[in-house]
Design a protein around this ligand. Sequence first.
Ligand SMILES: [Ca+2]
Ligand SMILES: [Ca+2]
Length: 285
Amino acid sequence: MTVGHISCKCGERIILDGKPMGRASFIENPHRYLRVHHIYSRLVHDPVQCALDCLVMLSCRSFNFRLRGNFDGKHHCELLAFDKFNNSVNFETSAEYHHYNIMSPCEHAPCQHGSMCVPLYETCGFLCHCSSEYAGKLCEVKAPAWLKVNAEDVCFGARDESYGEFTLQYSGKIMSFALAHLRGKVTCHVGGSSSFWGCQEGPDLRTFLTNEKNKVIFPQTSGIQRYRLPGVRSDSSRLIFNNLSVPLKVTRGQQFRIWYDEDLRNNSEKDNGGRTCMDIHALYI
Ligand SMILES: [Ca+2]
Ligand SMILES: [Ca+2]
């Protein structure tokens, strides 16, 4: 059943002149009832009328429609602020009701290993809430697991605030990051030698991972200065940070930065040069 101005694959709401206007496809769940507190109930002639009421109420996600009408032919309609995806235990069989929910990708149960699917009605998307044992967009990977987190190559320079930036695609808990070199080199002194993660080739590393406020997350050191990691050199193809002592809780969409130490400190950066590009992998637990 599609109601509203234009049909589309998913639920969608737009605001016009301060008023919510809706358009959505609803899925009928015959003889099912979602037993949650209703935000509004009224008597209607048919499910379409109930769906239109749901669309203009921003918090409405679904509704229950009673099959048997009253003496005047009107049916009981309950508008709900929840959906069957986030309340599956309360989604009951019923002889009296049909349940209707706004269509979403969650209808096809994309989340694996029993994880909960959360519809993102505004963008026609979804999120999977993984248990602690699984990770990944669909909770398809047994944790701990290294997952590539950047959608595009991440590149940083060595001067003039030319940090690299990436956005996490998965929520969860992260113990470590690994930077996998793709191309390019940086140097702390143009005219001298250069490397992937430091200045000249050697054990000293100068690449830092920070949050979007430039607070250093990796490595776990007391300051922003060159550092060393066992088994890693400035010309190693992979820079793997040591595991955190306490896992970092992250959410999808959270941003991080990769910095060259002198650029981050604004110290001796004018004679720096070059650019390093990489993929970013995160160890999810
Ligand atoms: Ca320098
Ligand atoms: Ca700088």
